[in-house]
Design a protein around this ligand. Structure first.
Ligand code: MLT
Length: 407
């Protein structure tokens, strides 16, 4: 008799964004005349940058000739992309990252979900609350937690991110082995200074821990003093793995391309007390379970780093940030407390009522989809998140409708 992995039974019935999509579909089916504006999931709406499109076309044309055709590529990514990433995203900012420490993949969601496979099941995990649900759910699936009780999984060390700490959690009071951090943060839009990240890097070095740093939203940083990468912090190469994505800067949510940085100094320990480089373990996993991102997609991603591509990405990111400003302005006018928007495409709003009730109200009364804060964890209860990823017209209209609904 085949038995299932019972850890899956501990999960909430469905993944947050699938749950929301289901509720929205039900509403749309019941109200076919209502036009719904989606400011829920952080999915981009604008076209791919022209430089990426033309590189994409060119690569497809190459594939159409016997001489230009490529079959399986290197699992870690083509050198042209890994080198462009190392040079532009890290070395240009004074952060030491080499091309052979970059693993190109089809998404930061997959990588941040898969990486935990490398670590023992008894590793103590620290996860912020509220948080991108993938970090929690994948640890639950792996069997690293107890049951879900009173809004939280037993066995996880939750790091509360609240108004009181400006949504930057304090260090854990007990020793942990693996720490998830995300800045600019999803969902709160908060940022961490170099000094704040340094305290985490120091903690990880002192505790032989590793930080999983999700920097998927770094392109939205407007404040020059803020770090874009954890490798801008001294000592981070020993204790941090960083996840990046082309989804939110280049608009690749449907095109799929991302990468993970595993520095060669970053270590974990075996039971005999020997250091094991995480880089070789991740390389082993990547080569065994992943066959690489397609050549045309990697060429399209490389074009993000061309002069034209950089300008076009800048324009895209700025347009979403202007949407975030519009949302924040309207929210302020309505008298709500909020975080985010300044260096992030997300606006985290204190609704002062049940998150799902607020979600239902906005959907029913305004035809606007948000993400209920409670879906990101217990500390998200009472909040909603609005995403700036939509057209200017839709954002303006959504905020007008919300004002009317709340009047
Ligand atoms: C979000 O809305 O939180 C994210 O866009 C989801 C994702 O990137 O997977």
């Amino acid at each position: 008799m085949l038995k299932i992995n019972e850890s899956y039974l501990k999960l909430q019935a469905s993944y947050l964004f699938s749950d929301i999509a289901g509720r929205v579909k039900k509403f749309e089916d019941a109200n076919p005349d209502k036009d719904v504006i989606k400011l829920g999931i952080g999915d981009v709406t604008r076209a791919l940058p022209a430089a990426c499109v033309s590189a994409f076309h060119k690569a497809v044309d190459e594939m159409a000739t016997d001489t230009g055709f490529r079959g399986y590529g290197p699992e870690q990514g083509y050198p042209f992309l890994r080198e462009a990433i190392a040079k532009n995203d890290f070395q240009a900012r004074g952060a030491e990252v080499n091309a052979d420490e970059i693993f190109v993949s089809d998404g930061a969601k997959c990588d941040s979900g898969n990486i935990q496979e490398l670590f023992s099941l008894d590793s103590k995990i620290a996860i912020p609350d509220p948080v991108y649900p993938v970090y929690i759910d994948t640890n639950v699936m792996a069997g690293r937690t107890g049951n879900f009780e009173d809004g939280r999984f037993q066995g996880i060390v939750y790091l509360d991110s609240t108004r009181e700490n400006n949504y930057v959690p304090d260090l854990p009071t007990e020793a942990v082995d693996l720490i998830y951090l995300c800045f600019p943060n999803n969902p709160t839009g908060s940022t961490a200074s170099k000094e704040q990240l340094k305290t985490w890097v120091d903690y990880a070095r002192d505790n032989k821990a590793v930080i999983l740093f999700d920097a998927a939203y770094e392109a939205f940083i407007r404040d020059d003093a803020l770090p874009h990468s954890i490798y801008e912090i001294e000592g981070a190469r020993e204790v941090a793995i960083e996840f990046r994505s082309f989804s939110k800067n280049g608009g690749f949510t449907g095109t799929r391309c991302a990468y993970t940085v595993v520095p060669k100094e970053c270590m974990a320990w075996d039971t005999a007390g020997n250091k094991q480089p995480i880089h070789s373990l991740w390389n082993r996993r990547h080569c065994t379970k992943f066959n690489g991102v397609s050549y045309p997609v990697q060429r399209a991603a490389e074009a993000i780093y061309s002069d034209a591509g950089k300008g076009q990405v800048q324009e895209l990111v700025s347009s979403y940030l202007e949407n975030a400003d519009l949302i924040a302005g309207a929210v302020k006018e309505l008298g709500f407390d909020y975080a985010g928007a300044a260096n992030s495409p997300y606006v985290w709003i204190w609704g002062d009522r049940d998150s799902w009730d607020f979600f239902d109200m906005l959907l029913n009364e305004a035809g606007v989809v948000c993400t209920p804060g409670a879906g990101f964890g217990k500390c998200g209860q009472g909040y909603i998140r609005l995403s700036a990823f939509n057209s200017r017209e839709n954002v303006i209209q959504a905020m007008e409708r919300i004002k009317t609904a709340l009047a």
